[in-house]
Write a protein that binds this ligand. Structure first.
Ligand SMILES: [Zn+2]
Length: 470
């Protein structure tokens, strides 16, 4: 006698097997559209990509599929309500624009003429992010076919933006404006990856980001270091002192209030990080760094995933040309960025940094601090029911235990969390060798189909374990 779970798995696999050729043909069609959002001469291609996707989602069965214009490139929104009023509503986020790519950059084939070599599909956008958006189309159809439903077990929404590779300049405005139609109980981001081919993982959080430029002004113009040196404050020295004071001897950030609210890792989370097959030598090789260094008391993975940072991104001031020029410079500057973790508030960090700078700067030096747009961190607790469903669905597709990671970078999904008040979960099947933003970007076809399978199992699992009260 076979187990019902095994039946579900094999029904889904049979359906996918039968439809994989058509699915891949469609994906290849989409990948041929060079939807490079950064390059103005591809603007019509980005529109074409949005139209293509909206039409394909309609064909997939979504009763609603719309192209949403923005001040920049358009996004695509689609909606497929469940017949079950107690089922949760899930919003899938991804993007349909791609990074620039040209054959001369070192591609072995045309980036916009997809080819399969050794069971890998090579094309710009294959993994980031068209492949990972598209696996949901066959996923939802396999879900319907395997369960005999005519509508998905959850109410499904898709928001696929067109400017992610250009820094999502109009995304927040779009989400604010359309918040009512985007309402969801959880957001699933399919624009990430997993640990490796052999180690399926679910990402549970992403760091936030705050950035600033600090400019210190001394004398009203560059002045002679012989006539005045040693008797007036030097802004370049003041910038150097500021930077030197940023961390203590344990590599902890010294700015008072910086760590306010930080959600510390639990023992369980630290154990789970430690279980990952992490090779620090290999990691250093990838990092192109010659040593690991960071906050005392934390491992490398903890430092990049779950600890806040202050980094100097650029520093300058005074004469930097050939030979010498004996001046006390009029001004000097430093650019800092802060990665933030769950519990930290970018506005609070900004206030703390401003107060700290004012306090550090010596008399006779004026300071100007400019912050640019911040991104909030997001984190979903391990015991959240939606996260549990993602883990079970992925486990069924891969037939292996699923482990947990976090993301050290920052992304626009945090806007969805903030505006919709919904937790953000990450479901991605890309692997580090996929070459995002690089020549010969590819997606592993076996993993892409595991993504389809995960999507197929996910909707039923969510509806079963996470219901609205009647
Ligand atoms: Zn992406």
């Amino acid at each position: 006698m076979s187990h019902p779970v095994d039946n579900a798995v094999s029904a889904v696999r049979t359906y996918i097997e039968r439809h994989r050729a058509a699915f891949l043909d469609d994906l290849v069609d989409w990948l041929r559209i060079p939807s490079v959002s950064a390059q103005p001469d591809h603007a019509t291609d980005v529109h074409r990509s949005a139209d293509w996707l909206a039409a394909k989602l309609k064909e997939t069965g979504f009763p609603t599929a719309e192209v949403w214009p923005t001040e920049g490139a358009p996004a695509v929104f689609a909606e497929w309500p469940s017949a079950d009023p107690q089922a949760p509503t899930i919003l899938v986020y991804g993007h349909h624009d791609v990074q620039p790519a040209a054959r001369e950059d070192g591609w072995n084939s045309d980036p916009f003429e997809p080819v399969v070599r050794e069971n890998r599909l090579y094309a710009r956008g294959a993994a980031d992010d068209k492949g990972q958006v598209f696996f949901h189309t066959l996923g939802v159809r396999a879900h319907l076919a395997a369960t005999g439903r005519t509508t998905p077990a959850v109410s499904l929404k898709l928001l696929i933006e067109g400017e992610e590779e250009s820094g999502s300049p109009h995304f927040r405005a779009l989400v604010d404006e359309r918040a009512e139609r985007l309402t969801a109980d959880a957001v699933i981001v399919s624009d990430t990856g997993m640990w490796s081919e052999d180690t399926p993982t679910v990402c549970t959080g992403m760091r936030g980001l705050a950035e600033c430029e600090i400019r210190l002004h001394g004398p009203d113009q560059d002045i002679h270091s012989g006539s005045f040196g040693g008797a007036v404050p030097n802004p370049a020295t003041a910038v150097a002192r500021l930077v030197a004071a940023l961390h203590d001897e344990h590599a902890r950030v010294t700015i008072p209030g910086f760590y306010d609210g930080v959600i510390e890792l639990t023992d369980r989370e630290r154990e789970l990080f430690a279980e990952l097959p992490f090779d620090e030598r290999q990691w250093l090789h990838t990092a192109k760094s010659h040593a690991a260094h960071g906050e005392a008391g934390h491992t490398t993975l903890e430092r990049v995933w779950a600890r806040p940072t202050a980094e100097v991104n650029g520093i300058g001031g005074g004469y930097q040309g050939p030979g010498s020029k004996t001046v006390i410079p009029s001004s000097a500057m430093v650019k800092l960025s802060f990665r933030l973790v769950a519990g930290q508030d970018p506005d609070h960090v900004e206030k703390a940094v401003r107060a700290w700078v004012v306090e550090q700067v010596p008399a006779g030096i004026r300071c100007g601090v400019t912050f640019s747009g911040a991104t909030r961190p997001c984190l979903t607790p391990l015991d959240h029911p939606a996260l549990q469903s993602v883990v079970r669905a992925m486990g069924r597709a891969f037939g292996k235990p699923v482990r947990f990671t976090r993301e050290g970078g920052s992304g626009p999904a945090a806007d969805l969390q903030e505006v919709l008040g919904a937790p953000v979960l990450f479901l991605g099947i890309s692997v580090p060798s996929d070459g995002w933003h690089a020549p010969d970007e590819k997606v592993e076809l076996d993993l892409l189909l595991k993504g389809v399978e995960t999507s197929a199992h996910l909707w039923g699992d969510l509806a079963e374990h996470w219901r609205h009260e009647p």
